[in-house]
Design a protein around this ligand. Sequence first.
Ligand code: NCD
Length: 363
Amino acid sequence: MRSLIDIFDLSVAELDGLIEKANDIIDNPAKYAESCKGKKLATLFFEPSTRTRLSFEAAMLELGGNVIGFSEASSSSAAKGESIADTAKVISGYADIIAMRHPKEGAPYVASKNATVPIINAGDGGHAHPTQTLTDLLTISREKGRLNNLTVGFCGDLKYGRTVHSLISALTRYEGIKVVLVSPEELKVPGYVRDGLLIKNGMEFVETTDLDKAMPELDILYMTRIQRERFPDQDEYERLKDSYILTLDKLENAKKDLSILHPLPRVNEISVKIDADPRACYFKQAYNGKYIRMALILKLLEDAKNGIEGEDIEKDCIVNEIRCKNPSCITSVEQELEHKFRYADEDGGVYRCIYCEKKGKKS
Ligand code: NCD
């Protein structure tokens, strides 16, 4: 069964195809109004969401399909201690496709190994958020007319911001991209992004704390919220929460055709005064999200019909030889899950957990 857990589950040709399809849906919505007639999408949201869940639901409804689901863990059997595997098996009998958001990293992957319908990762902890990346790619391509030869700045919480990790993953596949990482020291990108993606792929990148200095060269500025819910130490959150606030005066040195993106929700990191500036693209970005999710649902249902399988990332992994120590990994709460690690040879010869990508050492 083909699922979307990580943006690498899609080839570049497939990404291009989804963007093309989303643009066609935007131009000709009536053509797709019955494409999913009789099909059901289940939205299993174990963590809060506005845009992602509702854009998935709106997407399925606009394709003529139906939607079932829940929007908080407390109203599901997770509150009784049901495992992800069991939930996935059960819901596979009720729906044709599942979008799942979960606070534990790797939970949608576990679901995909147990479901008999496609699973879409709608955000797993601080790890990945591939459908936000599809939204971002569609937005960049509509705004700039290209996905290559761009200088892309990421600003804010690059440690816990899953949208950042997935978008950087996607950008490694396009030519002429320079990445500028702007964050406090404490919130730099994790090792699997820095070593495992940027260095491994020979990408041009810089890490800095200074947004003002970085601003003039940027084509895209991807602002992010400091992810309060992921901080083990709330005092640290309080100290870092206002690290970057984008105001109109900060845009004085920016390119005239800069595109400002933000996955939303915004807290205070972009002044509302910027909303009227033509460079502000974040509401258009949220709007694009519905259309690319329509394209994705169509594709995954089509692949399922044609029996297309996803790549097996477990073929060379080692089982129960290393234990994952990441408290946000799904293995930290589901005791019976096997601990599985992959050898990442090009990535400095380390082992990475297949669920959360954190490093582990053989003892
Ligand atoms: C993001 C998320 O959930 O990771 N929101 C979204 O899906 N649009 C970003 C965030 O919560 O800060």
